[in-house]
Design a protein around this ligand. Structure first.
Ligand code: ADP
Ligand code: MG
Length: 323
């Protein structure tokens, strides 16, 4: 199929039509009319086969995840996503693959009312690049540099599921079917915390999405805010399925070192009860896992405040272990 026809078939029929898009797909560039008094948040992320997802991953999951990781960056800024472009490199023209990919992509795009407005389609190794834009009322974006000594440190949802999902995918461990499918689902279909990010504009001092692992990503907040943090490792929230994974021999420390859950880590002066009330509408729970300190670096403790060791290069270190 010629490139033009392929674009017509798969990308021009995208499902979202926004009033602030004057010209979408079809011309040399898209034209948009951003709302006044808003800042545009812009982010891009590429997913390459064999690096960011295993070869053979379901096309629907790839479509979902390629957009989800970008929406997660919007969430971390407190931005409301509006449009995205898609640069797709693929080895050949596989109709079934494209159908599945578009299904996953458009299902998520529709849910967040984010319109595909352009892109490029080329042949090459499988690689999906998305650039996303979103609105944030001027001066209210969540940044990494706002944490202050004494702030509480929170995470949304639970951590570790995606890491467990990958370990199961790699057949490093056996578990019952229902837990395994929940964990695999979190690896393949992460839910960006967009609504939570928007609510947090009024209550967080700094935020980041956890894409590289809790310790590494909280480390970015600390560096940019000029502070440190003490984290109670035992308070890091885990799902029931992750708990089963640990009982089956999985490494609990993956909660600290592996990032693919795309939860948010943020700091706030507010307490856990207050924040859970405010975030109720976003259908998301938050857990206080520690506090911001005046020293530098991240100190991990157990429930009794006793320091526990952790290699700060967590990702590489634990990535090479059995799980
Ligand atoms: P040009 O050669 O001028 O770059 P293309 O033929 O690549 O134009 O693209 C034609 C139109 O289709 C453009 O509006 C472009 O943004 C859009 N487009 C191409 N590939 C994609 C894609 N993968 N997703 C969305 N839009 C695309
Ligand atoms: Mg082109």
């Amino acid at each position: 199929m010629p490139e033009f026809q392929l674009i017509q078939t798969y990308f021009s029929r995208q499902p979202v039509h926004r009033a602030d898009v004057d010209i979408g797909i079809g011309d040399d560039a898209a034209l948009v009319s951003p709302a006044e008094d808003m800042q545009l948040a812009v982010a891009a992320d590429v997913l390459n086969e064999g690096v960011h997802f295993p070869a053979g991953t379901d096309a629907r999951a790839i479509g979902h995840k390629a957009l989800a990781v970008n929406l997660s960056d919007m969430a971390a800024m407190g931005a409301e996503p509006s449009w995205f472009t898609l640069t797709l490199s693929m080895p050949g023209e596989d109709k079934d693959w494209l159908e599945g990919f578009c299904q996953g992509l458009y299902e998520l795009a529709s849910r967040y009312n984010v319109q595909l407005i352009g892109g490029d389609t080329v042949s090459g190794p499988l690689s999906i690049g998305i650039q996303v834009c979103g609105y944030v009322p001027r001066g209210t974006a969540l940044m990494r540099n706002g944490a202050r000594v004494g702030d509480n440190v929170f995470v949304t949802g639970t951590l570790g599921d995606a890491a467990a999902g990958l370990a199961l995918h790699d057949q490093k461990l056996c578990m019952d079917d229902s837990s395994a499918s929940l964990l695999l689902n979190r690896l393949e279909f992460p839910e960006p915390r967009v609504e939570a990010g928007m609510i947090l504009r009024d209550c967080a001092t700094a935020a980041i999405d956890i894409s590289d692992g809790l310790v590494a990503d909280l480390g970015h907040i600390c560096e940019m805010s000029g502070c440190g943090a003490t984290i109670d490792a035992e308070r890091v929230p885990a799902s029931e399925s992750f708990t089963r994974f640990v009982e089956a021999g999985g490494d609990r420390r993956l909660q600290l070192s592996f990032g693919d859950d795309y939860e948010l880590c943020f700091t706030s002066e507010l307490d856990e009860v207050e924040l859970n009330q405010r975030l109720d509408d976003a259908g998301c729970t938050v857990t206080c896992i520690g506090t911001i300190t005046g020293s530098s670096g991240i100190r991990l403790t157990d429930h009794n405040g006793k320091e526990v060791g952790f290699d700060e290069t967590g990702f590489e270190h634990f990535g090479n272990r059995t799980t």
